[in-house]
Design a binder for this molecule. Structure first.
Ligand SMILES: *Cc1c(COP(=O)(O)O)cnc(C)c1O
Length: 363
């Protein structure tokens, strides 16, 4: 089906002038520079999905009793569009985000957006905003699809109305000059997700609940927080917004198994695939904080890294915990970590072949 037919472009009357955009793209950082348009669609129980468009990006007007403001019925996604070395414009695995968005919607009792509409909304927006994709190395257009409950009602029930939107943000390399190793705080007081809860859904509420632990990490001089399981408070789960991997001295990899307390990262899935392509053994198994400390000390564990769309792969150099701090390897970026990172980035930027058909070509 024709994209324009689903998301017709209602172009802004006052686009950002060339020079202003060029200036913004010099050093965009992350999540501060926004493009001129957004994708939008409305849902109501009576009409289903309707009024789809690529429209000028503008503030929303909602009633103070708008459901999402009170009960946080909200889900989101994050994916990137890249400008390839060959001039192509692509998105990385958008249908995987579309599927995950439906899973999140199901958990939050929200309507399921058809996968084609999700992908088409992203394609149409990227197509309209292609000039906002930075040309600098490591630059991309970060897409943020999200859905909010928009009924004006204070009763506690699934909303009857929803707004789906996609906004786009020009972003630079997450870390300038590659990927320095970060330090992480293993929170033994706060948990992120409990069995039966919303940990496997990408919802804003999970992030709201993680902020105090993240703030604690910063206060203790760490960059990020890593959460332990909520039942035994022993097993490593994930960071606030990134999955985690461990590299062993026999060359194997391990990552915590997916469950209803771990978000199924698309970067995680892609790295498992790339590692297995290389013949590397990847185990999806539980790994305890105590074991991690012991293995780091004995040298059995040689590297660790976190992964997610925003920063792709981030080496972990130090772990701090009230039960004792430890260093991973030499404390710097690990070899396998950086080589997997390179492989994935090369595919994402069309610098290497795409054997798994992960790129969705827009132009
Ligand atoms: C989004 C997210 C990730 C990473 O998922 P990607 O698809 O790789 O970006 C990991 N953990 C949490 C909690 C997340 O919200």
């Amino acid at each position: 089906m024709n994209i324009a037919a689903h998301f017709p472009l209602n172009a802004t009357a006052s686009p950002t002038p060339h020079e202003v955009r060029a200036e913004k793209l010099v050093n965009p950082g992350f999540g501060r520079v926004f493009t001129d348009h957004m994708a939008i669609a409305h849902y109501s129980d009576e009409k289903g999905w309707h009024d789809l468009a690529i429209a000028p990006r503008q503030p929303l007007t909602v009633d103070p009793a708008c459901a999402v403001l009170h009960y946080a019925q909200e889900i989101f996604e994050g994916l990137k569009a890249y400008r390839g070395a060959d001039g192509s414009i692509t998105m990385f695995r958008p249908e995987a985000n579309a599927r995950r968005f439906r899973k999140s919607a199901e958990r939050l009792a929200m309507p399921l957006l058809p996968e084609e509409l999700f992908v088409e909304s992203c394609r149409a927006l990227v197509s309209a905003e292609r000039d906002w994709i930075p040309t600098s190395e490591g630059g991309s257009l970060y897409l943020r699809p999200f859905m909010i409950a928009s009924e004006t009602f204070l009763g506690v029930k699934p909303s009857s109305d929803y707004i789906y939107m996609v906004i786009a943000s020009s972003v630079g390399a997450y870390f300038k000059g590659g990927a320095p190793a970060v330090s992480i705080w293993a929170s033994e007081n706060y948990t992120r997700a409990a069995p039966g809860g919303t940990g496997a859904a990408k919802c804003g509420g999970n992030y709201a609940a993680s902020l105090i632990a993240q703030a604690e990490a910063i206060k203790l001089g760490c960059d990020q927080v890593v959460f332990l399981d909520a039942v035994e408070r022993r097993y490593i789960e994930e960071l606030g917004g990134m999955n985690v991997f461990f590299v062993f001295d026999d060359g194997s990899l391990a990552t915590p198994p997916l469950s209803d307390t771990i978000l199924a990262g698309i970067t995680r899935d892609s790295l498992i695939t790339l590692a297995r392509d290389r013949g590397i053994t990847v185990r999806e198994e539980k790994y305890a904080l105590d074991q991690w400390r012991a293995d780091a000390a004995s040298g059995r564990l040689v590297e660790a890294f976190a992964c997610g769309t925003a920063a792709v792969v981030t080496p972990i150099g130090q772990v701090k915990a009230s039960s004792g701090d430890f260093t991973i390897g030499s404390g710097g970026p690990g070899q396998l970590t950086m080589s997997l990172r390179e492989s994935l980035v090369a595919i994402q930027t069309s610098a290497a072949p795409d054997p798994h058909g992960w790129l969705d070509r827009i132009a």
